[in-house]
Write a protein of this length. Structure first.
Length: 266
């Protein structure tokens, strides 16, 4: 699917829930979050059917994200339903890793190919402070489980303030080298102020190369993370929503003051 700017739109990111088992300071507001009603969240069949339409249109790469995708009940069943769609060449998940010890094996068996795991520090106290609740050992166990289940390459998403030379980022870099993990540095972004930048080691953040569409857990298809534009797949129908999102995908991001990282999935 070529858009107005000749970009080949072949990458769909699906947020399967807005719920998360962590409360990262840069992702969720301190005063709590407004959660979607359960009945508004797309069912597995809706997600599968929309993904089929997107793949028929030319999507070859699918990422499952959240919220935290592993807190969605029956996630491995959904992964299997998506991996059964012919035409997907790359099926991945972005997760905080906390529940991977429990799920890595069955996700691999369901057809998940690889994972990105978020890790901003290897200092246990700082980890608990950043996530407001998490235990770093759960993530380390999750990384080991992902490697054992061959969800490779395991990539680490490390959020930085300004530079990968910051103390925490350097320590995460060393940890990745020692454990043969890929790393991507994501500068802390602000959707409302329109602060975004290129992901170092990844492909995100460069508008001229953007090939992404994002489906939120309640069925809004977003052609750009940094824009309020979205198309409701239930109201418009899957084909029309897809067509409009590709047609109207902006040349470059600006601001998004209607969505958040935890409901769009980053
Ligand atoms: N819960 C999963 C996780 O932690 O990876 C998936 C969802 S999370 C919203 C996806 C990615 O967005 C994570 O790598 C996270 O670090 C990143 N993220 C969240 N808020 C961000 C922000 N304000 N700026 C940059 N990246 C952010």
């Amino acid at each position: 699917m070529l858009d107005r700017f000749n970009r080949n739109i072949n990458y769909l990111r699906i947020s399967v829930t807005d719920r998360c088992n962590l409360r990262c300071t840069y992702c969720m507001p301190e005063d709590g979050i407004h959660l979607l009603r359960h009945e508004d969240i797309l069912s597995f069949n809706e997600i599968r059917d929309f993904t089929e339409v997107a793949v028929a249109g030319g999507v070859t790469k699918v990422r499952i994200t959240g919220g935290e995708p592993l807190v969605r009940k029956g996630i491995s069943t959904l992964v299997k339903m998506i991996s059964d769609i012919r035409g997907i060449r790359d099926l991945s998940m972005t997760t905080n890793g906390v529940l991977l010890r429990q799920f890595a094996e069955e996700l691999g068996a369901a057809g998940l190919q690889r994972v990105n795991i978020s890790l901003d520090t290897i200092d246990p106290e700082k980890f608990t402070a950043i996530t407001r609740t998490g235990n770093l050992n759960d993530v380390f166990d999750g990384i080991k489980a992902a490697i054992k289940a061959k969800l490779l390459p395991v990539k680490i998403n490390c959020v930085i303030k300004d530079s990968k030379e910051e103390e925490d980022a350097r320590a995460v870099t060393r940890f990745c080298k020692e454990n043969d993990l890929d790393i991507r540095y994501i500068r802390q972004m602000d959707l409302v102020r329109g602060h975004f930048s290129v992901v170092e080691g990844g492909t995100g953040g460069d508008c001229s190369l953007c090939n992404r569409l994002r489906l939120t857990a309640n069925g809004k298809l977003k052609p750009c993370l940094f824009s309020n534009t979205e198309f409701d797949i239930r109201e418009l129908g899957y084909v029309k929503a897809l067509q409009l999102a590709v047609e109207i995908k902006p040349e470059c991001g600006s601001i998004n003051d209607t969505g958040t990282f935890y409901n769009i999935g980053g």
